[in-house]
Design a protein around this ligand. Structure first.
Ligand code: FAD
Length: 518
C-alpha cells in the first residue's frame, strides 16, 4: 500500500513538474523494483519508432519494469489518480505510425535491458515435457527461439524478423510463411498474463477469463499489457532447404501459391513470395540470397519488360532425413508452373533461416540505410480481387520502382481464430501484400517520403474505388469512423471489451483508437 502511494505521488509530481528537470533522487521514492526514468535519452527513444514518420510529444517518463507488479502499480496509479495519465507498452518500437507512443503519459519499455538497473523481468522458462515456453511480454522472438532451441524445441509460427517483441506481435497477429499451416502467432498461444487498464493482473486463456484472452490477441494493446505469454513448442527442425522460383505470369504464380497453401505440411513448410519490379539485379534487402555474381535481369526473363514474381518456399528437415531431401523437393517442384531454369536453392541451419532478415538489417545499418523513414503499407487483400490488385497496383501505380521489398503471399482464414480482435477480409483465402519501402533523401523524387506517402494514399483510394475490400494489417487510422469501418461487425464487441478492461482509455493511446477519459 505504501509503495502504491509513493508511486502515485511520484507520478503526480511528474505531471505537475512536466517540463522541469526531475530531481533524480525523487526516483528513489518510487518504490517499483524497476526504474521510472526521465532521462532525456530514454524519453527521446520512447518518442520514436521504426517508421520515423511520427514524433509524438514526448512521454513524461519511461518505466523499465522489473515485474508485472511494477506495471500493475503504474496502471493502477493512472486509473485511480485524480490527474489521470496514459500508459503505453513499447516492445521494440518497430511500429510505423507511433502506435507505441504516448504523449504526456508513461511509456512502459517492455524490451531491452536497462543498463545498470537492478531486478529484471524473468527469463524465458521452457517446459520441455509439456512443450511450451513461458516468456516475458517484452521478450524478443530471437531470444524465445534461442531458449527453446536449448531443449531442441521451437515455436511453430513466426514473423520474418525476430527482433520484435512477443507482446508487440501478439497485439497485431504475427505472420510469416508458416501462417498458412499453423495460423498467425495469435493462434499459437496457450495462456497470457495481462495487466488491464484498471491495473488488475489477470491470467487468461481459452478456459479462464476467455473474453480478455481473445480481446488481447490482435487487440492493438487496447485492453491490457501482456506480461507473460505461454507459447506452444514443437521439435525444432535442424536444417532448411530454401527455394526460390520465378514467374512472369501472375495467375500462374498465385495459382501455385494457393495450391501450396491448400496442402498440409507434408508439402512445403513455408510459403511466401515477392514482386520484382525494379530493373537490374533482383537483389534487395529481403532477397540477398540471389548470387550477386549471377545477376538476374528482368529483361532476360521477360522480354516485354514486365514484372516478375518470386515464389519463396522452404522444406525443413533433420540430419537423419538429409539423404532424401533432394528427391522430395524435386517431386514437389514438379507440381509447379514457374519459368524453367529459374530455381535458386540454398540450404542452411533452421536458426539461420529464421533469423535471415537480421543479416540484411546489419548490412543496411552499415550503409546508413536502416534508420530512415519507412512509409510501409501492409494490406490483407481478398483472393477474389488479387488479380485486380496486381493490374492496378503492381503493374499500375507502382510503375517500375518499388523502393523496397514488396511481399505477397496467401493465408487460410480458417487458421485465424475469429474470436480474436484481429481483422481479416471476408474470404477463405486472403493475401498479405506488404509494401516495405524506405524513403531516401537522395534527390530522386520517387524515393522521397512525400512521393511514397502519396503513393500509399493512391493505392488505398484505388482499392476503395475498385471495390477491393482490403483490411490494413498493422492498421493506422486517425478517425473514429475509419476505425469502426476497419473492425466492421467486430466493432461493438471491441468497444464493449474496451469499456470492460480499460474504461478510462488509458492504454495504447498511440493507436488513436479511443480518446483518454480524464
Ligand atoms: P511496438 O511497436 O513497440 O508496439 C506495437 C503495439 O503493441 C503498440 O500499440 C504497443 O503499445 C503494443 N504493445 C507492445 N508491447 C505490448 C505488450 N507487451 N502488451 C500489450 N501491448 C503491447 N510483423 C509481422 O506480423 N510479420 C513480419 O514478418 C514482420 N516483420 C517486420 C520486420 C521489420 C523490420 C519491422 C520493423 C516490423 C515487422 N513486423 C512484422 C511488424 C511488427 O509485428 C510490428 O511492428 C509489431 O508492432 C511488433 O513490434 P514491437 O514488438 O516493436 O512492438
Amino acid at each position: 500500500m505504501a509503495t502504491k502511494l509513493l508511486l502515485t505521488f511520484a507520478i503526480c509530481r511528474l505531471i505537475v513538474t512536466v517540463g522541469l528537470t526531475l530531481d533524480p533522487t525523487e526516483l528513489l521514492l518510487l518504490g517499483v523494483d524497476g526504474q521510472l526514468s526521465v532521462d532525456p535519452t530514454d524519453v527521446e527513444t520512447a518518442s520514436l519508432d521504426f517508421g520515423l514518420l511520427t514524433r509524438a510529444a514526448p512521454p513524461l517518463a519511461v518505466l523499465h519494469p522489473a515485474s508485472a507488479q511494477d506495471i500493475a502499480q503504474l496502471i493502477k496509479a493512472a486509473y485511480e489518480s485524480g490527474f489521470g495519465f496514459t500508459v503505453s507498452a513499447r516492445g521494440h518500437g518497430h511500429s510505423i505510425n507511433g502506435q507505441a507512443q504516448t504523449a504526456n503519459g508513461v511509456v512502459v519499455q517492455m524490451s531491452g535491458l536497462k543498463r545498470g538497473s537492478g531486478r529484471k523481468p524473468p527469463q524465458p522458462r521452457v517446459w520441455p515435457r509439456e512443450r511450451y515456453v513461458d516468456v516475458w511480454g517484452g521478450e524478443l522472438w530471437i531470444d524465445v527461439l534461442r531458449s527453446s532451441l536449448e531443449y531442441g524445441l521451437a515455436p511453430k509460427s513466426w514473423t520474418d524478423y525476430l527482433y520484435l517483441s512477443v507482446g508487440g506481435t501478439l497485439s497485431n497477429a504475427g505472420i510469416s510463411g508458416q501462417a498458412f499451416n499453423h495460423g498467425p502467432q495469435i493462434s499459437n498461444v496457450h495462456e497470457l498474463d495481462v495487466v488491464t487498464g484498471k491495473g488488475e493482473l489477470l491470467t487468461c486463456s481459452e478456459e479462464q477469463n476467455s473474453e480478455l484472452f481473445h480481446a488481447v490477441l490482435g487487440g492493438l494493446g487496447q485492453f491490457g499489457i501482456i506480461t507473460r505469454a505461454r507459447i506452444p513448442l514443437e521439435p525444432a527442425p535442424q536444417r532448411v532447404r530454401w527455394i526460390r522460383v520465378l514467374y512472369s505470369n501472375f495467375s500462374a504464380f498465385t495459382r501455385d501459391q494457393e495450391y501450396l497453401i491448400s496442402q498440409h505440411a507434408e508439402q512445403f513448410d513455408y510459403v511466401e513470395g515477392f514482386v520484382i519490379a525494379d530493373e537490374g539485379l533482383i537483389n534487395n534487402w529481403r532477397s540477398s540470397f540471389f548470387s550477386p555474381r549471377n545477376p538476374v535481369k528482368i529483361s532476360s526473363l521477360d522480354p516485354n519488360g514486365g514484372i516478375l514474381y518470386c515464389l519463396e518456399i522452404t522444406k525443413n528437415y533433420h540430419h537423419s532425413t538429409a539423404s532424401t531431401i533432394d528427391k522430395e523437393v524435386e517431386l514437389l517442384l514438379k507440381k509447379l508452373d514457374f519459368i524453367p531454369a529459374t530455381v535458386f536453392t540454398t540450404d542452411l541451419l533452421y536458426v539461420d533461416f529464421l533469423d535471415r532478415v537480421h543479416k540484411a538489417e546489419l548490412k543496411l545499418r552499415s550503409k546508413g540505410l536502416w534508420e530512415v523513414p519507412h512509409p510501409w503499407l501492409n494490406l490483407f487483400v481478398p483472393k477474389s480481387k488479387i488479380a485486380d490488385f496486381d493490374k492496378g497496383v503492381f503493374k499500375g501505380i507502382l510503375g517500375n520502382k518499388t523502393s523496397g521489398p514488396v511481399l505477397i503471399y496467401p493465408m487460410n482464414k480458417h487458421k485465424w481464430d475469429q474470436r480474436s480482435s484481429a481483422v481479416t477480409p471476408d474470404e477463405d483465402v486472403f493475401y498479405l501484400v506488404a509494401l516495405l519501402r524506405s524513403a531516401l533523401d537522395n534527390g530522386e523524387e520517387t524515393h522521397s517520403l512525400e512521393y511514397l506517402t502519396n503513393q500509399n494514399r493512391q493505392i488505398l483510394r484505388f482499392c476503395d474505388e475498385a471495390g477491393i475490400n482490403v483490411k490494413q494489417y498493422l492498421p493506422h487510422y486517425t478517425t473514429h469512423e475509419e476505425w469502426m469501418d476497419h473492425f466492421g461487425n467486430k466493432w461493438d464487441w471491441f468497444y464493449q471489451m474496451k469499456m470492460e478492461f480499460d474504461p478510462r482509455h488509458i492504454l495504447a493511446s498511440g493507436q488513436q483508437l479511443f480518446k483518454p477519459m480524464f
